[in-house]
Design a binder for this molecule. Structure first.
Ligand SMILES: NC(=O)c1ccc[n+]([C@@H]2O[C@H](COP(=O)([O-])OP(=O)(O)OC[C@H]3O[C@@H](n4cnc5c(N)ncnc54)[C@H](O)[C@@H]3O)[C@@H](O)[C@H]2O)c1
Length: 278
């Protein structure tokens, strides 16, 4: 999809970080925006900074882990703008714990926000996108965690591996139908955003997590440091996404050096070796 002007983008997790950068880039491209986030106040604040008229913007509090919220978002987006040309399933959360220390509620929260959100969005947006005229594109924000198995991040890794394979499956299904909907999967490494404080937006129904063990706390510290010192920014991610959408490129892996770790994992698998620690 080359033309962005006067087209409509839906972006989840738009109040902060990569989602906000995607919204800013989309606004600069002259797109109409449907912005969704669970943090209503922060979303309103973010929306107010965008160079957009009120007529071109819809901002909604949405918990993407709830199917009813995602269904209502799709309904409202189509009612207001008639079509969706760019769907960015971007909202995401993480938690650093050892695999066996996470509660069922921890898993449900992370899988709900990171993976079920994409399942819900595809179910409620895709039939409408296929039925509308012209080209459109879906961008799912996964992570290099969807290509690797970093310790201390089991639920996050599982959710992001899920998003990668769901995106690959969607791509092949759409390609087989010669559909006018393109797909890309964004797999960043570390980007300085608020992801390391994701629990700030944990819905009450998922309860609260327990304190980390010392091993988990060490992984948490390593993750916090890595996020804060990430050299590519949220704006870099947004620019890479728009470039990939225009080029119809599926894999968007802006941190190119991380590909060495992906290659090593693939070689471990192909050569019957045990996983190399990362
Ligand atoms: N920052 C990184 O290092 C990094 C690396 C790889 C992938 N990612 C992915 O990028 C995406 C964006 O994260 P970010 O780094 O910008 O973090 P962020 O915390 O700055 O932004 C995430 C946004 O998602 C929103 N959100 C959380 N739960 C939600 C819910 N239930 N419903 C709707 N919105 C919800 C938050 O309120 C927040 O505005 C996520 O999918 C994340 O997993 C981030």
């Amino acid at each position: 999809m080359h033309e962005f002007k006067d087209r409509t983008a839906v972006i989840t997790g738009a109040a902060s970080g990569i989602g906000l950068a995607l919204a800013q880039r989309a606004a600069r491209e002259g797109m109409r925006l449907v912005l969704a986030d669970i943090d209503e106040a922060k979303l309103a604040e973010a929306a107010a900074t965008l160079p957009l008229s009120a007529a071109s913007l819809l901002a909604r509090r949405v918990d993407v882990s709830r199917e009813a919220d995602v269904a209502a978002l799709a309904e409202e987006a189509y009612k207001r703008f008639g079509a969706v040309h760019l769907l960015c399933n971007n909202a995401g959360v993480g938690l650093t714990r050892l695999s066996w220390e996470m509660s069922a509620a921890d898993w449900e929260w992370i899988l709900g926000v990171n993976l079920w959100s994409v399942v819900h969005a595809l179910h409620h947006f895709m039939p409408r996108m296929l039925a509308q005229d012209g080209e459109s594109h879906v961008v799912n924000t996964a992570s290099v965690a969807g290509l690797l198995s970093t310790p201390g991040m089991a639920a996050y890794n599982v959710s992001k591996h899920g998003v990668v394979t769901l995106s690959e499956t969607l791509y092949t299904e759409l390609a087989a139908q010669n559909a006018s909907v393109g797909v890309s999967v964004l797999c960043p490494a570390w980007v300085p955003t608020a992801i390391h404080t994701a629990e700030r937006n944990r819905p009450e129904r998922f309860g609260t997590t327990t304190l980390p063990s010392s091993a988990a706390a060490a992984y948490q510290e390593r993750m916090d440091r890595a996020v804060k010192s990430g050299r590519l920014t949220a704006d870099d991610m947004a620019n890479a996404v728009f470039e990939a959408v225009a080029a119809k490129r599926f894999y968007v892996i802006p941190h190119s050096r991380i590909k060495q770790a992906v290659r090593l994992r693939m070689e471990d698998i192909l050569e019957d070796r045990n996983p190399t620690p990362i």
